[in-house]
Design a protein around this ligand. Sequence first.
Ligand SMILES: [Zn+2]
Length: 480
Amino acid sequence: MTWETVIGLEVHVQLLTRTKMFCGCSAKVGDPPNTNVCPVCLGLPGALPVPNGEAVRLAARAAFALGCTVNERSVFARKNYFYPDLPKGYQISQFDRPLATGGALDIEVDGVASRIGITRVHMEEDAGKSIHDRYYGATAVDLNRSGVPLIEIVSEPDLRSSAQAGAYLRALKQILEYTDVSDVSMEEGSLRVDANVSARRLGDPKLGTKTEVKNLNSFSAVERALDAEFARQTALLDRGGRVEQMTLLWDGARGEIRPARSKEGSHDYRYFPEPDLPPLVLTPGDIDGHRRSLPELPAARRSRFVSSYGISVGDAGVLTATRSLGEYYESVAGAAGDARSAANWVMGEVLAQANSEKRDLKRIAESPPVAADRLGALIAMVRAGSLSGSAAKQVFAALPASDEAPRDIAARLNLLQVSDDSQLEHWIDEIFAEHPAEAQRFQGGEQKLQGVLVGLVMKKSQGRADPKKVNQLLAARLPT
Ligand SMILES: [Zn+2]
């Protein structure tokens, strides 16, 4: 029996605001436990929430970037459940009237493009954090995260493989990074993924029973967990069994799926409209302003790089990995006057150096291994023929440690390319004197020796001779 996997993803994203969703407490991660709290986010009786305008703005931006319709009127709702890190006994979320609906995200896997539907984007606040087994099996609670603004991005069940799920997440993360909506760090928990998975017979229009996999803390964990869960379901179905609807946890260390200990997911959350907040109303002017404030998005930038700089689709993909890297590349290309060489330098030397120095590619334009104008000047020297490619790499290596101009470094290291005819003729004469047999054969018309002679001149000049010029001068010594 051939089975097909059907996947939908729910992605929680922490918004990049200074303060929490409904109070003025800092939303910073990593402060000492329970220091960023107040009556509102502690859920003390009588405290009233006030929505964070910046969080609404970022949520709307994300929704637009995902091609959603942002609704003029959405409604906050209470999602009721008990948990020790949720002092109010409910989370403020959105339910039947979300902020935005009906978007899509384009992905590509192995050259096959697909459009993945986005069902909705809604706003909510985060819960606190339980820290288990800290003191003699006791659980500690940190409420700094309580009330931090989130959006939840829910996809349609349009994904058909774990590779597509990975591609979707990478594309989503890139858009959120481009739009400054979130710092999208999975390590710090600002991007969290839950996956809904089911299996059905290939060609069957009816969806199978789905399970939900939680605790996915990296994109590779998502892909591995999806494969494991699909294998578990199809093995069950092949034996004639039935898939039970349930919540599962991914154990990355063991590479195993196991049922969640709690009955999470089977809750009836008893949603109702939040009585402490009026509906969230955005004017057409607000909505239009959010839409127009969007920066150039990754897909548009990739195709612009291909058409205006004449680089390949693959290279454009590398150079637009983050918004900052694209900006850095454009500055280098402008300073160099040669977009293709600039692409090779940035993808090669610059990225290698940035990786070895563990630089953040999200901020590489602000803090590059080598300033864009200096790298541009170096590339321009190669282009003008005053520096060979290998000499340029030596100058590049010396750039970070000094403020000298690339030309001065090249001169100091004696790397400037020699294209002065008299010096080149002098070297050729020396080579001819040292290799009289070859010289005689060459001058007698044996043209195939030219490459050997150019090599000898390059060696004598320690790589500084302009090979193009040397070729011209040698050719002139052939019998006419
Ligand atoms: Zn607070």
